[in-house]
Design a protein around this ligand. Structure first.
Ligand code: GCV
Length: 672
């Protein structure tokens, strides 16, 4: 008898083991509600009651008299309880004797949609606006589904339109339309909010000024508030981007952010509405953009009305793959602040790259601000939380099944910022991916859930590694998709060169006491920790320090070598995701498997593009060879420099059949 080679035998055994396992068809449109029992079935199986003694949005699930009960402080609390039970059932935590009592950590848990009235979505990568502003009617079914998804993770507010707002959102036609949306969202416990444009009184009613101290302007906003509340009695309030990136604001009239916010707050106060005033402000003249929010807002601490909350992005620059937390969180003592995270992956590969943000947000929420001494984490400094949504008309809402994990994680952390990113990832996988037919739970856990969880948990660090490791930041080209470290034209603080400051001597932004002194916007001991090279965390090294290429890191290797090794590690990590995913084919619906396989191919190729561009460009300054143990570059710097990726009309980057980016010379550099 001929011996069967070992590899063939192993293959036969694997085939025998998986032959009876059949993936269940699914296309991602079930999101994280795919695996649970329908909510109607859950309602039919429990006894519910409203108990005013419970917190308004809280619930209590318990067993008594052979019956499962859900008591809640309100209808909204009841809904959260139903979804909590659904989740617990999927997670096998709903056995007899279940006793679960919860209430949300933050009262305000909002999505911010950057949706425009022409249906485009700023930084949206899942198709046109899910609200379909230009259609004759509102998309009722999609809005219901959205309401269900938000409620299932405990979100209770939606700002429907872009912070770069169109004044028409406040005309009669749009208020009527928003009221229809609000009527649906209300059924899911979601309040409706709008972003407003500062100059609305001028554009809509011909007023001569937008001065917040002008009585006519003040009256205009009061009248507008009355009009809105007549249509939407529980309207939540306004989100405001003012004196930021070309948007007008009170400073145009010599007034402060507090003057502006308080005027709007006064108009909304009679109805219980709030103003979320964004701290994302930075003038082109500031020597360090990262310093500016504290410089502008700290002097105003205590001057804001009670119904104003300052909405602060997690980092001091702009949703980079890694930033330290914004120092404002540790500075304002007499002003309410709220967190602004970005769910949509503007800087992390759009809806093409797998980048789980649970770890990003956990890192930020857990960071100690030392505002009230040790044990003052960011999560406790803020009183509310918002996330820039990653939704669109795409049938799966997010453009990629793995992008759905970020919407889910945001909701869960908004409900309870003490939850761990790994637990959330685990929950999401089990609720999203259906267990194959013929597979036992233990096998599913080991062969599918665990490896996918490992991918999620490693994914954000991989992006940091292949895009901008060791504290480098903002190395993007115009669309914010690909690398452009060479870019130095235009407004300085919009160009990568402003942030990396690479030259023959070294690289990095000096934010120490010898530089922009951004470190001193943090409370001690953090300020000194960041200032001192010996204690500055290496993952933020070049955020705070400009260092020579031969500076030695803790590994004993030079900065140059470590930069190259980090880019290389990022690519290798994505290649390991691809290899893992190949092995998961027997367990995932072909539709989801193919989608992810293609996107991981694109991600690995994009990672090499980032590496080739950044390492190649920085090498023109360092003049050093690549360390021996990294993958050689695929493309030299010359065909990459000054080029960017081809995008479609919605700004989505284009890749060829092989998943490689289609790189081209931008129009402004092309010969006529
Ligand atoms: C909505 C960044 C983004 C802009 C965004 C802005 C903001 O600059 O690139 O698209 O505008 O942040 O948060 O206001």
């Amino acid at each position: 008898m001929r011996a069967i080679p070992f590899a063939a035998l192993a293959g036969l055994l694997l085939a025998a083991c998986t032959a009876s396992v059949r993936p269940v068809e699914q296309d991602g449109t079930g999101l994280w509600l795919a695996a649970g029992r329908p909510v109607d079935a859950i309602i039919a199986s429990v006894e519910t009651q409203i108990d005013p003694a419970l917190p308004a949005e809280g619930f209590h699930i318990y067993d008594a008299g052979g019956v499962r009960h859900i008591d809640a402080g309100s209808e909204a609390g009841l809904r959260y309880g139903l979804y909590a039970l659904q989740r617990a059932e999927v997670l096998k935590q709903a056995g007899p004797g279940m006793d679960l009592q919860e209430k949300p950590y933050y009262d305000l848990r909002l999505l911010n949609h950057w949706d425009n009235l022409d249906d485009t979505v700023e930084r949206g990568y899942a198709g046109l606006s899910m609200w379909e502003w230009t259609a004759a009617d509102i998309p009722v079914e999609r809005i219901r589904r959205y309401g269900e998804l938000c409620a299932s993770v405990g979100l209770n507010g939606s700002v429907l339109n872009n912070v770069n707002s169109n004044p028409l959102i406040l005309d009669a036609e749009h208020i009527a339309r928003v009221a229809k949306i609000a009527d649906i969202l209300r059924e899911y416990g979601i309040k409706t909010y709008l972003s407003i444009k500062w100059t609305s009184p001028i554009t809509l009613s011909g007023l001569k000024s937008g001065d917040p101290l002008d009585p006519k302007v003040r009256q205009w906003w009061k009248d507008k508030a009355a009009e809105i509340y007549a249509a939407i009695p529980d309207f939540g309030g306004f989100l405001v981007k003012a004196n930021s990136e070309g948007q007008a604001g009170p400073q145009d009239y010599g007034r402060t952010h507090a003057d502006g916010a308080n005027m709007l707050a006064e108009a909304l106060a009679p109805y219980g509405g709030i103003v979320m005033w964004r701290a994302f402000v930075y003038a082109p003249t500031s020597p360090d953009r990262a310093n500016q929010a504290v410089e502008e807002f700290l002097p105003l601490d205590g001057q804001f009305a009670d119904n104003v909350i300052i909405q602060v992005k997690n980092g001091p620059v702009d949703f980079q793959p890694r930033e330290p937390f914004s120092p404002l969180f540790g500075k304002l003592r007499n002003t309410k602040t709220m967190m602004e995270f970005q769910i949509t992956q503007e800087y992390l590969g759009f809806s093409n790259h797998l980048a789980y943000h649970g770890t990003t947000w956990e890192e930020c929420l857990d960071a100690d601000t030392y505002r009230d001494g040790p044990g003052s984490p960011v999560a406790k400094m803020v009183t509310a939380i918002a996330g820039v949504a990653n939704t669109g008309q795409d049938p799966n809402f997010c453009g990629y099944v793995f992008a759905q994990a970020n919407w889910y994680a945001f909701g869960r952390l908004a409900w309870n910022p003490e939850l761990g990113a790994e637990q959330i990832a685990d929950e999401w996988i089990r609720q999203t991916f259906l267990m194959p037919e013929g597979m036992k739970e233990k096998a599913f856990d080991k062969k599918f859930v665990a490896p996918v969880r490992d991918i999620l948990m490693a994914s954000r660090e991989a992006v940091v590694d292949y895009e901008m490791p060791l504290g480098l930041h903002h190395l993007f080209g115009g669309t914010h998709y690909g690398p452009a470290p060479w870019e130095r034209l235009g407004r300085p603080d919009w160009t990568p060169a402003y942030y990396h400051k690479a030259d023959s001597a070294g690289i990095g932004f000096d934010r120490t006491r010898a530089g922009s002194d951004n470190v001193d916007q943090y409370n001690e001991p953090l300020a000194s920790t960041y200032n001192d090279l010996a204690t500055c965390p290496e993952n933020l090294l070049l955020w705070f320090h400009h260092l020579p290429w031969d500076y030695k890191l803790s590994s004993g290797k030079t900065l140059w070598d470590e930069i190259c090794l980090h880019y290389d590690r990022g690519i290798k990590t994505v290649e390991s995701f691809r290899a893992t995913w190949q092995g998961l084919k027997p367990y995932v619906s072909p539709a989801l498997w193919e989608e992810t396989d293609r996107k991981l191919t694109i991600q690995a190729s994009d990672g090499r593009w980032w590496r080739d561009a950044c390492v190649g460009y920085f090498q023109t300054f360092s003049g050093r060879p690549l360390p021996a143990d990294v993958e050689p570059r695929r493309t030299p710097i010359d065909p990459l420099i000054y080029r960017s990726i081809l995008s479609d009309r919605l700004g989505m980057p284009q890749h060829d059949e092989a998943g490689d980016p289609i790189i081209m010379m931008p129009r402004r550099f092309r010969r006529p």
